[in-house]
Design a protein around this ligand. Structure first.
Ligand code: PLP
Length: 529
């Protein structure tokens, strides 16, 4: 493909993408192809002779689209959103054009310097304490995911703990002490913390314990619960060295009680004293709300903690991936993750005047991800980002308000909190078993119908449905539609009526023959004619 052909192909691709976004609400939101559908549609190997772009592009609609669940659809109310925006996409386009694994500053100074600048802009916007800025001892780095950020922090915390608590030893005594401590070290999170903390402990080779949280504290971790757990771990001879706290838990968007946690830790494991517990704040989704001053009070205690992470790609209009990790002391991260073989040595790195982000992450190479953040921050401006958060929070309140109007059918468990409402279905015959059963039935039937996509969870032992209104294209009419579908489905299932047959909404259901015909019945935008 030469530059002229690229221009034509790119124009055609952009046209198709724009049309996809303009009509996305008409597509079935969740894919309903069967496992292995694609293998049946593609040849056994690549073509011997190169194909024309027009032929390749055609396969997007006929072969790929049916297997997509449309996360950008306003009917997508599941999980947490994965934001996309046109400025974000343009950032990705330029990043692809400049492709370079810019691990060291000299590999492309702009890649490193823009990242430092935009992450400092963002830190100020999120009201993070100054200690998280690059101008202090801390700084931000873009990771691929909140899970990766937690692995990096846990590894830094592990090494710091071992270094500081064994600094008086040497030789075989040091080796023995490290081996013993490694076998006793435990990473902590609450019951409601995302599973990525447990996974990070698995990777870091340390124990993991979760601290119970209950409805009484709205599923938030408190200092009291932490203190009890720490006493218990001490009695078991374990050595807690790391804790994930959460701003916006996955199931209910609970916010841990940062102030009381900081207060307990100042007594149990005082900051800046060897053996302190590294506290990470996981704001993967709800951290985005900190762009609005009305949430700034949540960051007051962060100065006592060690790291904070939020995904711009969840709720802040930036395409996947853009997980923004901040540490209070960059040295802790670099001490754990830096390695300097001879082939990476260069005068700039050795001068100590530049940042080499390879020392702040697991992989060596890294993409130019700060471009899309820069484009998004500039295109929307602070006011635009705040408007997006406030609009979607308000939509969450509207949806919860609708749910409240049918107390005969629904019971809110938590929220609306950060655009998330969590509720159960009220069974016709009271009883927890019956409640869980009907809630699960409604959830599964709604998703099978594919008009809206929602998620379920188990919270405090209760089966619940989660509806999130934070999608970039969210609008009141779609939430009203989701409410209507929930009411209809609940009434049908409570009355024991067989749910109506699903229409395939013009999208392939099964790719054996029938599906192919359906593709032919789509107009150019993939919408049923
Ligand atoms: N933390 C929280 C609170 C989450 O809700 C999620 C995912 O939804 C994660 C971490 C994991 O995010 P990632 O996919 O960026 O690793």
């Amino acid at each position: 493909m030469d530059s002229k052909q690229f221009k034509e192909a790119a124009t055609s691709a952009i046209d198709e993408i724009v049309s996809y976004y303009d009509t996305i609400q008409d597509r079935r939101v969740v894919s309903n192809v069967q496992p292995g559908y694609l293998k049946k549609l593609l040849p056994d190997g690549p073509p011997q002779d190169g194909e024309a772009w027009a032929d390749i592009q055609k396969d997007i609609e006929s072969k790929i689209m049916p297997g997509l669940t449309h996360w950008q659809s306003p009917n997508f109310m599941a999980f947490f959103p994965a934001s996309s925006s046109f400025p974000g996409m343009l950032g990705e386009l330029y990043s692809a054009a400049f492709t370079a694994p810019s691990f060291n500053w000299i590999c492309s100074p702009a890649v490193t310097e823009l990242e430092t600048i935009v992450l400092d802009w963002l830190a100020k916007l999120l009201n993070l304490p100054d200690c998280y800025l690059s101008t202090s001892h801390g700084g931000g780095v873009i990771q691929g995911s909140a899970s990766e950020a937690i692995v990096c922090c846990m590894v830094a915390a592990r090494d710091k703990y071992l270094r500081e608590t064994t600094s008086h030893l040497s030789g075989i005594e040091l080796e023995d002490a490290i081996a013993y401590k490694r076998s006793r070290m435990v990473a902590l999170g609450s019951d409601a913390a995302h599973s990525s903390t447990q996974k990070a402990a698995q990777i870091a080779g340390v124990r993991y314990r979760s601290i119970p949280v209950t409805k009484e504290t709205d599923f938030a971790l408190t200092g009291v619960a932490l203190a009890e757990a720490l006493e218990q771990f001490k009695a078991e001879g374990l050595e807690p060295f790391y804790l994930t706290t959460t701003l916006g838990t996955t199931s209910t968007c609970a916010v841990d009680d940062f102030e009381s946690i900081a207060s307990i830790l100042s007594k149990y494991a005082p900051p800046d004293v060897p053996g302190e517990i590294w506290v990470h704040v996981d704001g993967a989704y709800a951290g985005a709300a900190l762009v609005c001053p009305e949430y700034h009070h949540l960051t007051t205690a962060f100065k006592h903690f060690h790291s904070f992470d939020m995904n711009m790609h969840k709720w802040l209009l930036t395409n996947f991936d853009a997980s923004c990790l901040y540490v209070k002391k960059r040295k802790d991260l670099i001490d754990a993750l830096s390695i300097m073989p001879s082939y990476l040595r260069n005068e700039f790195s050795e001068s100590g005047l530049v940042t080499d982000y390879r020392d702040w992450q697991i992989p060596l190479g890294r993409r130019f991800r700060s471009l899309k953040i820069w484009f998004v921050l500039r295109t929307y401006g602070v006011k635009g980002l705040q408007a997006h958060i406030r609009k979607t929070v308000k939509l969450g309140e509207t949806f919860a308000g609708l749910i409240e109007t049918r107390k005969d059918l629904f019971e809110i468990v938590t929220g609306p909190s950060f655009a998330l409402t969590v509720f159960t279905i009220v069974p016709k015959v009271a009883g927890k078993g019956e409640q869980d059963r009907i809630t699960k039935d409604v959830y599964e039937t709604v998703n099978k119908r594919g008009e809206v996509y929602i998620t379920s969870s188990v919270v405090g032992g209760v089966y619940v449905i989660r509806v999130v209104s934070a999608n970039p294209l969210a609008e009141e009419k779609y939430l009203r539609k989701a409410f209507r579908i929930l009411v209809e489905t609940t009434e049908e299932l409570r009355d024991g009526r067989v749910p109506r047959e699903e229409s395939s909404k013009g999208v392939i259901v099964d790719v054996k023959g029938v599906g192919i015909e359906k593709v032919a019945a789509l107009n150019g935008n993939g919408v049923a004619k």
